[in-house]
Design a protein around this ligand. Structure first.
Ligand code: ATP
Ligand code: MG
Length: 233
């Protein structure tokens, strides 16, 4: 379980972006973060991955308290940032091996995972080229593969669909649904409400320090619900 208890974040003293956030995500659930530009989605995500550690409150995953033991927390975590963060002078394969080394993944295991995801995302023709020759979408595919290579129990993605081609979007959605089935917690931010049908168990609407948690139900019209949230004061 991922627990967010009494979370608040201020960039400067008393200038809060987010406050009073309490949330639980169970194993095998997907949480989508939805809100206008500047609502604080990336701010929250950067806390959940241990970059913005100077938050108020607690973040706990599988009994590991992020503030108290961020190394063990991060061992369980896969993270896709809103901009691909890569090492330009490595090839895609070298980069994936570097990440697999960091997470101490066996040669056998990484080979299987790399083959699977390189094929799924059609990266075969690019994987041995330098990353600085990649298109934006292929960089995005590579950071997604890198986040999956160590089989994270908690996967956090900031606008992961941006830049992906239509086929890769379908593939990524399927991967996230498979991870959900295997008990992984997935948290992602998106602006694409029409596209995430079937891809969430909970949605957190965020705007102007206000939040609303939506639980999935089959009759839910997410776009309508979001407009009501945005228009309510
Ligand atoms: N280092 C910083 N110092 C001050 N304010 C910041 C800083 N970083 C972000 N902000 C502000 O915090 C607010 C939340 O930004 P954040 O990037 O979390 O939004 P977001 O929901 O991810 O938006 P988007 O949909 O555009 O990605 C914005 O108003 C932003 O300008
Ligand atoms: Mg953002």
């Amino acid at each position: 379980m991922l627990e967010i208890n009494n979370y608040a974040y201020a960039y400067e003293k008393n200038k809060y972006i987010l406050e009073k956030l309490n949330l639980k995500v169970n194993n095998g659930e997907i949480l989508a973060l939805v809100g206008p530009n500047g609502a604080g989605k990336t701010t929250l995500i950067k806390s959940l991955v241990g970059i913005n550690l100077d938050f108020e409150g607690e973040v706990i995953f599988e009994q590991v308290n992020l503030k108290k033991d961020d190394i063990n927390y991060k061992k369980l975590l896969g993270y896709v940032a809103d901009e691909p963060m890569l090492i330009d002078y490595l090839t895609g394969r070298q980069y994936l091996n570097f990440i697999a080394d960091v997470f101490e993944i066996s040669m056998d295991d990484r080979k299987k995972k790399m083959e699977k995801y390189i094929n799924l995302f059609n990266l075969q023709d690019f994987i041995d080229s330098l990353i600085n020759t990649y298109s934006h979408g292929n960089k995005q595919k590579l950071v997604i593969v890198a986040a999956l290579i160590h089989s994270p129990k908690l996967l956090i993605l900031d606008e992961p669909f941006v830049g992906l081609d239509p086929q890769a979007i379908v593939i990524l959605k399927d991967i996230l649904k498979d991870l959900r089935k295997s008990g992984v917690i997935v948290v992602f931010s998106t602006h694409l409400l029409a596209m995430i049908e079937g891809l969430y168990d909970k949605v957190l609407f965020m705007n102007n320090k206000r939040v609303q948690l939506i639980e999935n139900n089959k009759a839910l019209n997410l776009e309508k619900k979001y407009m009501e949230f945005i228009e309510s004061v």
